[in-house]
Design a protein around this ligand. Structure first.
Ligand SMILES: Cc1cc2nc3c(=O)[nH]c(=O)nc-3n(C[C@H](O)[C@H](O)[C@H](O)COP(=O)(O)OP(=O)(O)OC[C@H]3O[C@@H](n4cnc5c(N)ncnc54)[C@H](O)[C@@H]3O)c2cc1C
Length: 392
């Protein structure tokens, strides 16, 4: 049996939530960030978020496209939401690697979480690791929390989605709510510069037939292998702490119901947990107080989560033409602005920091239909490869 290694803090999962938590712990002690895969691999998401998230994180390099409008198609009508805060699509690998590159003193390891020994020692790959502070950022399976005794994940409270890339341009970020072949779900098209990410989801977690629905939506007979990726995402806010562990992102059910927006909450609550954990490492707080403070931060948003969850459940019950007028009403100027501000506040991106105590707020250009730095970077990489191939 391998010997036990001791850290001040261990974060399991190095996607949005884990990277955000680790950013707050950097330099505060011996910190380990472990994931079963290298950083930037294993994207599940359509990578659409508020532009403000990228601005706060000084992550303009990852930007693909800005979307000042969101269109919702339902019951044969288009409803246009003029967004008070533009949405943006971004490149997953670029953002992940950028956030990871800022973690100067955090030790990173590719090591799958395998379990917890009775005394709390974590099994990470073939390593045995003990830490005062543990953060579970492992996504909807919340493997660490489960190992520490959290109840099994309730599959009835998960949605599921699949997605592919379509290599044409596009201008509008669009949803098709409860389309005829998917009355329990939604299709989407997220333009990202040189391609559009198109997907289908079931709010009720019905994975059967989703791939076929997406193929019909894409007007293709079938997809080549590996052309489609996807997964599950929670639609119910869970417990932000389990035993002595902080639980963040999808692991704590922090993905927003109805919209399925999980990146922003994972980053915001990931940082919030990281800040409280850092206070423990700095010796300015004890663990119980830190856990209670993080829990209180999340609980302040519970009403917002509950409202979205209820609306999601209600919106699937009546015929879609009954839902349509309400959605049109929500798109009307003053109401739309009020709703958007409330929605934004559930996981306020203004709280995001680049490193503890520093906010960036680099205003990114309104690129609308044109392309962002991440797309230009991809194009340059292709040009370089072609030059190499031709020996130029
Ligand atoms: C098809 C689809 C499209 C989506 N589109 C969007 C979108 O456009 N915008 C948006 O805001 N949200 C979107 N979401 C939701 C969003 O992807 C999630 O809410 C978000 O990824 C949550 O981030 P996270 O860091 O909590 O978890 P994840 O991104 O799931 O990361 C979990 C990490 O834990 C690691 N891990 C898992 N198990 C282990 C283990 N045993 N040991 C070690 N590491 C482990 C994984 O490798 C991964 O790196 C989408 C979801 C799906 C399924």
């Amino acid at each position: 049996m391998s010997k036990v290694e001791t850290y001040d803090a261990v974060v399991v999962g190095a996607s949005f939530a884990g990277l955000a938590a680790a950013s707050q712990l950097d330099g505060a002690g011996r910190v380990l960030l472990a994931d079963r895969e290298p950083v930037g691999v294993g994207e599940t998401s359509a990578c659409g978020t508020l532009l403000a998230v990228l601005e706060q994180l000084d992550a303009g390099d990852a930007l693909e496209q800005v979307h000042p409008k969101v269109v919702i198609n339902l019951a044969g009508r288009r409803v246009v939401f003029e967004t008070a805060y533009p949405f943006a699509t971004f490149d997953y690998r670029t953002l992940s690697e950028l956030l990871a590159s800022r973690l100067g003193e955090v030790e990173m390891a590719v090591a799958p979480f395998k379990g917890v020994e009775p005394d709390g020692t974590l099994l990470l790959g073939d390593r045995r690791v003990r830490a005062d502070v543990v953060i579970d950022a492992s996504g909807w399976r919340r493997v660490v929390a489960a190992g520490l005794g959290a109840p099994r994940v309730d599959r009835g409270r998960l949605s599921t989605g699949v997605e592919t890339r379509h290599h044409h341009g596009g201008c509008v970020l669009e949803f098709w709510f409860r389309p005829p072949e998917r009355p329990d779900g939604v299709h989407w098209a997220f333009p990202a510069g040189d391609h559009v990410r198109e997907g289908s989801a079931s709010y009720l977690g019905r994975a059967k037939g989703l791939r076929e629905d997406l193929a019909r939506f894409e007007h293709v007979d079938a997809f080549p292998p590996k052309a489609v990726h996807g997964g599950w995402f929670p639609a119910h806010l869970g417990e932000p702490t389990v035993g002595r562990a902080f639980v963040v992102g999808d692991a704590a059910g922090q993905c927003l119901p109805l919209t399925g927006e999980g990146i922003r909450p994972a980053l915001v609550f990931g940082q919030a947990a990281g800040r409280e954990a850092r206070a423990v490492l700095d010796g300015t707080s004890d663990l119980d107080t830190a856990l209670a403070r993080y829990r209180a931060t999340v609980e302040r948003s519970r009403l917002g989560y509950r409202a979205l969850e209820r609306f999601q459940a209600w919106s699937l019950r009546p015929p879609v033409w009954v839902v349509a007028p309400l959605v049109r009403g929500c798109a009307w100027g003053p109401i739309s602005r009020r709703l958007q501000a409330t929605y934004w506040a559930v996981a306020d991106p203004d709280t995001l920091e680049v490193v503890p105590g520093t906010r960036a707020v680099t205003r990114l250009p309104d690129l609308q239909c044109s392309t962002g730095p991440a797309v230009e970077e991809r194009r340059r990489a292709i040009d370089d490869t072609e030059e190499e191939a031709t020996g130029a």
